[in-house]
Every structure is written in structure tokens, then in C-alpha cells.
Write a protein that binds this ligand. Structure first.
Ligand code: NAP
Length: 367
């Protein structure tokens, strides 16, 4: 067979905002900071120049994957940084393809542990085809169970049945200690993390308050059983929490002013599960929360976490329980699918700006 295209999406430039520029006839001085939103076509670029011969590409004992679905997640913004800046996540490498969780199809294999036709969840380069030596290179690899997969789209395996669903499931079970009638507040409630948390809380019999940034997302929040769903752009979070609280559990996806409101409306001994702070991912400084003294005065407990530390403890239980709940309609999800790798740059920006309508997924190939 003749070689086929093997397009990819390259990390091209760290997002930079020029905060000061002086130009003289002989000299230009730029003072810049590594903040600002990623720009499609600049921060990341689509490159269709590479080809691959699927029949002859050497496997060297490994296997060849065709990538079908890739996840676009908020944490990708934090990976677009100067590699000298330390963080919990590995930085993207300039000039190399982005990578993130996805689902691929095995098209050739010289590895006895990997069978042609299997669908594998794992960590993939943003490239149409890739060769791997063994399953460990996919990090958190999972052979997707064909029995369970029936009725569940592959894309859900990067959302509610993938990393975001794991985040919600692991930390809810580890930290929430929820009881019936507890009042739970969830921000970014319409995303894959938030919407999974909301439904886990409803299963325990909690009263759930959740926020999102559009009327379409509010309708979704109501459809999954949220008791009080509100648009934080048109209503004041603190007013809602003071009317509907006090809150016993706060699931924080946003940080900033929402965290401040949650501290103000927290019940005595409330638990705060600090999952993410997307309101600061593209800015220079975190919002200065003004009422931290509520933590000691109300005897609050704050749990910060990244899911990798909880993975070994919960992963088997997650795959036993969550896809089954999704299949039975007990756990609902919404998706916002973009087609083709060329849409990755725009999709990344949409998630950072909140313009995504559900779990953002790139459909790289149908099958
Ligand atoms: P998501 O909801 O699909 O997308 C992010 C959403 O955040 C946007 O759609 C937008 O929704 C909201 N948002 C964006 N900018 C905002 C701003 N400035 N202020 C308020 N809201 C803003 O994301 P997800 O995948 O479910 O992730 C949710 C959170 O979990 C993120 O903070 C992420 O970093 C975190 N996370 C943490 C871990 C961990 O291990 N700790 C793992 C996975 C994810 P609205 O329409 O509601 O504004």
C-alpha cells in the first residue's frame, strides 16, 4: 500500500502576552509574561506534511495504533509552558506533537500482549498513527471491554469513562464523606468532572447546587438532577449560596471568586475538594481570595489532589462501576465533538474560554 498522510498537531509557541513594548529606530524591547489564551495556528499548528506506510513501518516488537479519539482538557494549558517551570504536569515540548488521553485501534502488532482490532485507552501523541513498543508507553493503558463498550461511544472513554470521570469518582469517594441531605456546591458543573460529581452526589441523596456559564449548560444541569442550577455570569454566586446553603461540600473546579463565595457560605466542618482553578489558568496571578480566615473559624477541611495519586487505589473499581452506570443510563454525559486533528487548536481555546458545550473531544477518525 502507498504511504498515507500522518498529520499531527505541533506545540509551536508558548502563549505569551506582551505587557510592555518600547521601539526605537535601533532597538525593540519587549517585556513579556507567559500568560494569555492559546492561539490556534500560533500556539499549536496543524502539520499535514508527514506520511507513513502502514504495511512497512517497522514495529520492532511493538504495535501500530490508529488514533480515533483525543481528549481536550483544561490541564493542557498548564503544559504549554517554559519547561524550566516546575509543575505537577509534564510540559509540552516545543516542535513536538501535543499529547493527551485518547482511544486508538490496533492496526498491526508484533507484541503478543496486544491484538489487532483491540481498542486501547491511553496517552497518545496528537498524530493520526503512532508505533509503541509496549503497553506501558501508553501510561494508564486499558483494553476497552467490548461487552461494556456496546452502547457507549468510544468518545465517552475520554470523558465520563476516562480521565475526567476518574477525577470525579476517585476524589468524591476519597474525600466527600457525603451523607443524605448534605448540601453540595459544584462549579463548572456541566463539564465531565462536574457533571459526574453532581450525579454521584445525587446518588447519595444530597441537595446539589451547581453553576455553569450558559443557558444551554443550565438546561443540562437540570436534566441530570441538579436541584439548584444557575448561570454564574448572570446571577451572583454568593446570593444563591446564601439562599440555598449553607454548603457542606464544595467541589471547586474554578477557584477565584467562586471559592470566596463558597468559603462565605460554608457550613461548620464543611469539606472543600479542590479539583482545579481554571479561572487562573490563563492569567498571571491567582484571584486574591479575601476570606481565608473562614477556614479556621468554621473548622473547614480543604483537600487538594491530582488524580494520579489516587489512581492505583480506585482504577479497578472505576472500570467495574462507571461504564456499567453509563450503559444503564444512571450516569449521563454530554459531549462537544470536533472533527479532525485540524480542529485541535480551536478546541483547546474553546475549553479555556468556556465555549465548549460539553466534554470536548476530537474525533480523529471514525474507525
Ligand atoms: P470542562 O468543564 O469541560 O471545561 C472547563 C470549563 O470551565 C469551561 O467549559 C467553563 O465552563 C469553565 N471555565 C472556563 N474558564 C472559566 C473562568 N474563567 N471562570 C469560571 N469558569 C470557567 O472541564 P473539566 O474537564 O470538567 O475540568 C474541570 C476542572 O477539573 C478543571 O479545573 C480541571 O483543571 C480540573 N481537573 C483536575 C484534575 C485533578 O487531578 N485535580 C483532573 C482533571 C480535571 P462554564 O461555562 O461553566 O464557564
Amino acid at each position: 500500500m502507498a504511504p498515507v498522510h500522518n498529520a499531527c498537531v505541533i506545540f509551536n509557541e508558548i502563549p505569551i502576552r506582551y505587557v510592555f513594548r518600547i521601539a526605537t529606530p535601533i532597538h525593540v524591547c519587549n517585556l513579556c509574561v507567559h500568560v494569555g489564551y492559546p492561539e490556534p495556528g500560533k500556539t499549536v499548528v496543524y502539520d499535514a506534511s508527514q506520511t507513513i506506510d502502514l504495511d512497512t513501518v517497522p514495529l520492532n516488537g511493538g504495535f501500530l495504533m490508529k488514533i480515533l479519539v483525543l481528549s481536550i482538557d483544561p490541564w493542557m494549558r498548564g503544559r504549554m509552558r517554559d519547561p524550566s517551570i516546575k509543575s505537577y504536569s509534564l510540559p509540552f515540548i516545543l516542535g513536538k506533537p501535543l499529547d493527551n488521553f485518547g482511544v486508538g485501534l490496533v492496526v498491526r502488532s508484533d507484541n503478543p500482549a496486544v491484538k489487532v482490532g483491540q481498542h486501547l485507552y491511553g496517552f497518545y501523541a496528537f498524530q493520526e498513527y503512532s508505533v509503541f513498543r509496549d503497553l506501558s508507553e501508553l501510561r494508564r493503558a486499558r483494553v476497552l471491554d467490548l461487552g461494556i463498550k456496546e452502547g457507549i461511544p468510544l468518545s465517552a472513554y475520554v470523558g465520563v469513562c476516562g480521565m475526567p470521570g476518574q477525577t470525579a469518582f476517585y476524589a468524591w469517594n476519597e474525600f466527600a464523606n457525603a451523607k443524605k441531605d448534605d448540601v453540595v456546591f459544584v462549579t463548572a458543573g456541566a463539564g465531565p468532572v462536574g457533571s459526574t460529581v453532581i450525579q454521584l452526589a445525587k446518588q447519595v441523596g444530597c441537595k446539589v447546587i451547581a453553576s455553569a456559564g450558559s443557558e444551554e449548560k443550565i438546561a443540562f444541569l437540570k436534566s441530570i438532577g441538579t436541584d439548584v442550577a444557575f448561570n454564574y455570569k448572570t446571577e451572583k454566586t454568593l446570593d444563591i449560596l446564601q439562599r440555598e446553603g449553607p454548603i457542606n461540600i464544595y467541589w471547586d473546579n474554578i477557584g477565584g471568586e467562586s471559592l470566596e463565595a463558597a468559603l462565605e457560605a460554608a457550613a461548620w466542618h464543611a469539606r472543600f475538594i479542590m479539583c482545579g482553578m481554571i479561572s487562573s489558568y490563563n492569567s498571571e496571578n491567582d484571584y486574591p481570595v479575601k476570606n481565608l480566615s473562614q477556614i479556621f473559624s468554621k473548622s473547614l477541611t480543604l483537600y487538594g489532589f491530582t488524580l494520579s495519586h489516587l489512581h492505583a487505589k480506585y482504577v479497578d473499581r472505576f472500570y467495574d462501576e462507571v461504564p456499567a452506570m453509563v450503559k444503564e443510563g444512571k450516569l449521563k454525559f454530554n459531549e462537544d465533538v470536533s472533527r479532525g486533528l485540524e480542529s485541535a487548536g480551536e478546541a483547546i481555546l474553546e475549553v479555556q474560554k468556556g465555549r465548549n458545550k460539553g466534554k470536548k473531544v476530537i474525533l480523529v477518525a471514525e474507525k
